[in-house]
Ligand binder design. Structure first.
Ligand code: F6P
Length: 367
């Protein structure tokens, strides 16, 4: 049996632990059954297959030893090579998108893989679904620091991102207190507020702004003023990169060449200006955490989850359960159809216990 593994989309701490999990479980199967189970990796998502010459490497014990504690991905990744909407820069500098999925299917069929394990987020699993519908033996593994996939209770990378954000938040609290300042810390998460809210609860923020609950700037000024007596006080705010006010807009920068998404980032500065314009007198400083949230060593929880996902992905391949994505649900590792995997975005519900509990802790959403 020949298995291909690849990582697509933005990286997330834990990708290497999945790759190692697939390899180690396959090796165990080889040793126990006496049959060969070989695992290969495509470099930079499907580019390794599409590019000429192809870049496909055989995974070995040497290549995978100890990688579960390393951030990034040994197979490299990209979020600008969707084979169904493949970006090609034109001579005039504009970018056109082409459907290269049939070419990819042809190339993959010629390579004779018995299973293809695609580790990636929402976009990657939509690609898995298309390729499965075109006859390929696809298996998905969910990955995203944003935790925005609804078919799994949690994704690896998320806990690491929350830990990194919380560590930074803690540092901002002490300096906010010393200077009587308002500190705004911006975190990632795209259209979901999971990272922001977990960080706000873990760190003890006064204000948490998330995409799911548009904020009223005047309510925020009131909350901040209430924390300052005789000019003294301090406030720590966590804002998700996709947060928006009830009135007015936030400007997100356009996508980069080849990207299907707008590039988020910078709302902390916009909020700072909105607060000043609305009469906030306190001194404000902004911190945008950016890609630090995706880098470095995965926390233990993510290493465990990612390793279990890797083992499960191999077992799905072994049992020929294609067209499915590994998932973590109700405290167990299971799988869902690729259709279910990509059906719904995982927004943080305004009525969830998490939001209600945060309000119970005194965190304001500015609503
Ligand atoms: O989806 C993961 C994520 O880190 C988002 O939180 C963020 O908006 C985006 O990717 C950043 O993408 P890029 O790596 O292209 O800057």
């Amino acid at each position: 049996m020949k298995i291909l593994v690849l990582t697509g989309g933005g990286d997330a701490p834990g990708l290497n632990a999945v790759i190692r999990g697939v390899y180690k479980r396959a090796r165990r199967e080889s040793l126990q059954s006496g049959k060969p189970y070989e695992v290969y990796g495509s470099i930079e998502a499907f580019n390794g297959v599409l590019n000429e010459p192809q870049e496909i490497v055989k995974l070995t014990s040497k290549r995978t030893a100890g990688i579960h504690i390393k951030g990034g991905t040994i197979l490299k990744t990209t979020n600008k090579a969707n084979p169904i909407k493949f970006p090609v820069v034109q001579p005039d500098g504009t970018t056109k998108f082409f459907d290269r999925s049939d070419e990819l299917v042809q190339k993959l069929k010629a390579l004779n893989f018995d299973a293809i394990i695609n580790i990636g987020g929402d976009g990657s699993q939509k690609i898995s679904k298309t390729l499965f519908d075109k006859g390929l033996p696809m298996i998905g593994v969910p990955k995203t620091i944003d935790n925005d996939l609804s078919a799994t209770d949690i994704t690896f990378g998320f806990q690491t991102a929350v830990q990194i954000a919380t560590d930074s938040f803690d540092k901002l609290v002490t300096t906010a207190e010393s200077h009587h300042r308002v500190m705004i810390m911006e975190v990632m998460g795209r259209d979901a507020g999971w990272i922001a809210l977990h960080t706000a609860i873990a760190g003890g923020a006064e204000i948490c702004l998330i995409p799911e609950i548009p904020y009223d700037i005047n309510k925020l000024v009131k909350k901040i003023d209430g924390r300052y007596k005789n000019g003294r006080g301090f406030v720590n705010i966590v804002i998700a990169e996709g947060a928006k006010p009830k009135a007015g807009t936030i400007t997100a920068s356009a996508g980069e060449k080849g990207s299907e998404h707008v590039r988020l980032g910078g709302v902390a500065y916009q909020l700072s200006k909105q607060l000043k314009d609305a009469g906030c007198k306190a001194e404000i400083r902004e911190t945008v955490l950016g890609h630090t949230q995706r880098g470095g060593t995965p926390v233990a929880f993510d290493r465990v989850l990612a390793s279990l996902f890797g083992v499960k992905a191999f077992e799905l391949a072994l049992n020929k359960e294609f067209g499915r994505m590994v998932a973590y649900k109700n405290n167990t590792i299971t799988s869902v159809s690729l259709e279910e995997a990509t059906a719904e975005y995982n927004f943080l519900s305004k009525d969830s216990y998490l939001v209600r509990a945060a309000k119970g802790l005194g965190i304001s959403f500015g609503d």
